[in-house]
Design a binder for this molecule. Structure first.
Ligand SMILES: Cc1cn([C@H]2C[C@H](O)[C@@H](COP(=O)(O)OP(=O)(O)O[C@H]3O[C@H](C)C(=O)[C@H](O)[C@H]3O)O2)c(=O)[nH]c1=O
Length: 162
């Protein structure tokens, strides 16, 4: 594990945050989540899943060794997203970045391997997050270890959520 204890605020290299474009009409709205003609081959999704997070609840902090996460914060709540760059050699090594995403700012957040990440539902409704990672959860046929380092239980963790 890398030993960064004090992170500085800033923007993390290779983390992408893009607005989701909603096409609104009298029936509701529609938004594209990903397109194979817009993504780099190395982050092309291998699977997708949706999670619901209750108000006030956080998921993470976690990091992946090989997996890039492709989170879409769709609403109906808002999330505070926390990112910490622990990649030695990264131009933003030791940087912490905070983003807000969800119903008031529908967004895609791309998180590369080695960037510790967590998010909290800061709204009053259940919130939906779609993820399309570029690796299969637990590998082919769920036969491999899960590519995930969990930091939730770390004593004196540098990855603090407020
Ligand atoms: C991710 C995943 C999970 N699961 C099962 C495994 C557990 O029984 C259950 C909950 O998964 P987990 O405890 O890994 O979820 P979180 O710890 O909340 O992690 C989530 O939030 C943090 C911030 C993330 O970065 C993860 O990618 C995201 O899944 O769903 C599956 O069956 N398939 C999957 O692809």
């Amino acid at each position: 594990m890398n030993a960064v204890q004090q992170f500085t605020k800033g923007r993390i290299h290779d983390v992408a945050c893009k607005p989701l474009k909603k096409f609104l009409d009298e029936r509701g709205w529609l938004t594209e989540l990903f397109r194979s003609d817009e993504l780099e081959p190395e982050i092309m999704p291998a699977m997708s899943y949706v999670s619901m997070t209750q108000p006030g609840v956080a998921r993470g902090p976690h990091e992946h060794v090989e997996q890039t996460d492709y989170f879409c914060f769709l609403g109906p709540s808002n999330f505070k997203v926390y990112l910490w760059d622990t990649r030695e050699g990264s131009p933003s090594f030791g940087v912490k970045q905070v983003l807000y995403a969800g119903v008031d700012a529908p967004s895609i957040v791309v998180v590369p391997p080695g960037v510790v990440h967590a998010y909290r539902n800061i709204g009053t409704e259940n919130g939906i997050v779609f993820n399309a990672p570029n690796r299969l959860f637990a590998g082919q046929g769920k036969s491999e270890p899960v590519d995930e380092i969990r930091h939730e239980e770390l004593v004196d963790s540098p990855y603090q959520l407020d």
